[in-house]
Design a protein around this ligand. Structure first.
Ligand code: IPE
Ligand code: IPE
Ligand code: MG
Length: 225
């Protein structure tokens, strides 16, 4: 049976969740952050999940109104400060992919500290994709390899990506749209895709559980017959 070692989620639908309730979009992001904790806890307690990668801010999301971008940055900083306790309690290692050099020094510092303080945790690696774009990561990886004078191939390439996470087994998108939006282009080459209309703030561990059940039954051929 298939093992869901690496689950990646495009957490979409926060804005629509709030708008539907007559609230500002940012309230959806706040609620969405709570769901991150619930899903992470579920994965940390799942015997087969090792890596959970969550798309939190894309290289394209800078196009949003400044007020929303500023709010997301503040939310992230506040959230990481608060979540440290959860990471330690649940034995979760925090990792980040994406180009965080575009963030404020304070936020970069918070990210680096959280990584450092949780680096020995072993139950689950939770990866936040921050200012992340699949193309951007691949281009930066090529540049790193060039600078190191290494000739890249399919085997050694991952070492130049932002973190060594291995291939994605399940890629999930909430919010009803059926697209990848520049997420994990290299590692998702053979991921099984799951789309749900559920908006991210309404996504619950029970729905993830039924997706994992379906995933286990799918036939993954990897090009073979
Ligand atoms: C995803 O929810 C969260 C981020 C991109 C930060 P959206 O903010 O894209 O929500 P919708 O798609 O507008 O509903
Ligand atoms: C993808 O959602 C990015 C994140 C979830 C962080 P978007 O809402 O930005 O994607 P598009 O614009 O609908 O493709
Ligand atoms: Mg969206």
């Amino acid at each position: 049976m298939n093992r869901p070692r690496h689950i990646a989620i495009i957490m979409d639908g926060n804005g629509r969740w709030a708008t539907k309730r007559g609230m500002q979009r940012i309230r959806g992001h706040e609620r969405g952050a709570e769901v991150v904790r619930e899903i992470t806890t579920y994965c940390a307690n799942h015997p087969e999940v090792e890596v959970l990668t969550l798309y939190a801010f894309s290289t394209e999301n800078w196009k949003r109104p400044k007020m929303e971008v500023d709010f997301l940055m503040k939310l992230l900083d506040r959230w990481l400060a608060k979540e440290l306790e959860t990471y330690q309690k649940q034995n979760v290692r925090f990792e980040v992919i994406g180009d965080i050099s575009k963030f404020s020094p304070k936020l970069q510092d918070r990210i680096k500290k959280t990584k450092e303080l949780t680096k020995d945790n072993t139950r689950l690696t939770q990866v936040l994709a921050l200012n992340y774009g699949g193309r951007d990561e691949i281009v930066r990886a090529c540049k790193k390899a060039c600078a190191a004078g290494v000739e890249i191939d399919e085997e050694n390439f991952e070492a130049f990506l932002d973190a060594n996470l291995g291939d994605v087994d399940m890629m999930i998108r909430t919010g009803g749209d059926q697209r990848i939006s520049n997420f994990l282009l290299w590692r998702a080459a053979y991921a099984e895709l799951f789309f749900t209309k559920t908006l991210w703030p309404d996504f619950m561990p029970t729905e993830l559980e039924s997706m994992i059940e379906e995933f286990k039954k799918r036939e993954r051929r990897f090009g073979a017959v």
